[in-house]
Design a protein around this ligand. Structure first.
Ligand SMILES: [Ca+2]
Length: 199
């Protein structure tokens, strides 16, 4: 009886092996990859034709941002800030965006129309084409005093003449390097971007 069982087991194994050996595997369009230390064939056709779906971001609805990617850097606490940066009583959104390895400030200017603007992408009057040094990116509330704390040397606000201080009835942007000197207030005034140094 034991012998019969063993024989039947061997037959099953032989038949099983035979049926496996008779299987044809279409290896065209498949590549071997290692999964759990075993080589397995993976279909390259389905993986190469499946489009990669990108997560929609705040930039997605605007074709002006097609060549830009949103900066999401764990070392920058905020890469997206809100404020009325043009004084039209509607809040806008400023974002750090990358294009060709340079970082610019993009602004979604909400208002009667929604306009996309950039600082650092075109010949704006700040003449800076890269903001990759930014580690701190904040909105400055309307009414705060904007001033430069460095002209030839450091100075306190009390030392700054009144005609050099700027107080807006709309918001500004504060951008600064995270661990070194360098940064400033960026604000829209007299139809252009302005800069006041904050070391
Ligand atoms: Ca606006």
């Amino acid at each position: 009886m034991k012998t019969i069982l063993n024989l039947s087991l061997i037959c099953t194994l032989i038949i099983g092996c035979d049926s496996i050996s008779n299987q044809t595997v279409d290896i065209k369009n498949k590549v071997p990859i290692k999964i759990d230390s075993k080589l397995e064939l993976v279909d390259t056709v389905s993986s190469s034709t499946t489009p990669l779906l990108e997560e929609p971001t705040i930039l997605t609805p605007f074709p002006e941002f097609d060549d830009y990617t949103l900066i999401t850097d764990e070392y920058i606490p905020q890469t997206q800030i809100e404020g009325d940066f043009f004084g039209d009583n509607t809040d806008d959104i400023a974002v750090l965006v990358r294009k060709n390895n340079l970082i610019h400030i993009g602004i979604i200017d909400y208002g009667t129309d929604t306009l996309i603007k950039f600082i650092g992408d075109t010949e704006d009057n700040l003449k800076r084409d890269d903001y990759s040094w930014i580690g701190i990116f904040k909105s400055v509330p309307s009414g705060d005093t904007l001033w430069s704390n460095y002209v030839d040397d450091f100075r306190d606000l009390e030392e700054v003449p009144f005609d050099e201080r700027v107080v807006l009835n709309y918001d500004a942007i504060y951008a600064h390097a995270s661990e070194s000197c360098g940064g400033g207030f960026i604000f829209w005034k007299d139809n252009k971007w302005n800069w006041l140094q904050q070391e």
